[in-house]
Design a protein around this ligand. Structure first.
Ligand code: ADP
Ligand code: MG
Length: 226
């Protein structure tokens, strides 16, 4: 279980805090979607959870490291899919080659890339590259996997593929937190969190938050999407 309590971050010189007392819990294996207008603190929240920003106050209970999947995937172009997924295991986790490769192979297979182990990134589709990036993050066995707007700048067919991939990763028992503007992706989650001006203004299952929004900020977001 992931527990975030009273998280606060005020960047020096900023007129208002980027995060202003954010608290939520997420059960192991669940997918939570974070919605919110631009500037509401979504990326800051992910960056605090993964340790790229230091919160001013609040506590984080993750039960391990968080893994961030970058929007642009950032695969190493000179390494095959398999090698992309073994490098950090060997250099950071210091796993022996055979163990690292076995883990990478199994994760790539479970994400439908068993026939692409030796492929170079430039020969893979955007969706396949993203799955390699996810497998690479999973190989380090994070407690939670974070995604910052994984479907923005993707065409609709690829958006569906991302939703399918997150379902598969959830099927592996992984806890996931995804920042998105995609209401369809939010619908595929267990819990929707709505941020507005650094505060969590609404949270609950998608059927509640998306179909019967109680907060003005949520209604504004949904109107924009329609
Ligand atoms: P979102 O991802 O929801 O668009 P961000 O978390 O990026 O929002 O930003 C929240 C607020 O914090 C914004 O007002 C933004 O300008 C500010 N902010 C984010 N990062 C920094 C930073 N490194 N320094 C100063 N202000 C920042
Ligand atoms: Mg952002």
């Amino acid at each position: 279980m992931i527990r975030v309590e009273g998280l606060r971050k005020h960047f020096p010189g900023a007129p208002a805090p980027a995060l202003d007392g954010v608290s939520f819990t997420l059960e192991t294996g669940q997918l939570a979607a974070i919605l919110g207008p631009s500037g509401s603190g979504k990326s800051t929240l992910l960056r605090c959870i993964v340790g790229l920003e230091r919160p001013d106050a609040g506590t984080l209970h993750l039960g391990g490291q968080a893994g961030l999947v970058f929007q642009s995937f950032e695969l190493f172009p000179h390494l095959t899919a398999l090698a992309n997924c073994t490098l950090a295991q060997r250099l950071v986790a210091r796993r022996p080659r055979a163990e690292a490769e076995a883990r990478a192979r199994s994760l790539l297979e479970s994400l439908g890339l068993g026939h692409q182990l030796d492929a170079w990134p430039e020969t893979l589709s955007g969706g396949q590259r993203q799955r390699v990036a996810i497998a690479r993050a999973l190989a380090m066995e994070p407690a939670v996997l974070l995604y910052d707007e994984p479907t923005s700048a993707l065409d609709p067919s690829l958006r569906r593929e991302v939703i399918e991939t997150l379902r598969r990763v959830g099927g592996l028992g992984m806890t996931q937190l995804v920042v998105t503007h995609d209401v369809r992706l939010a619908r595929a989650s267990h819990q929707v969190l709505v941020l507005d001006q650094g505060r969590l203004v609404e949270q609950g299952p998608p059927a509640q938050v998306l179909d019967a929004p109680r907060h003005e900020a949520t209604r504004r977001l949904l109107v924009q999407e329609d």
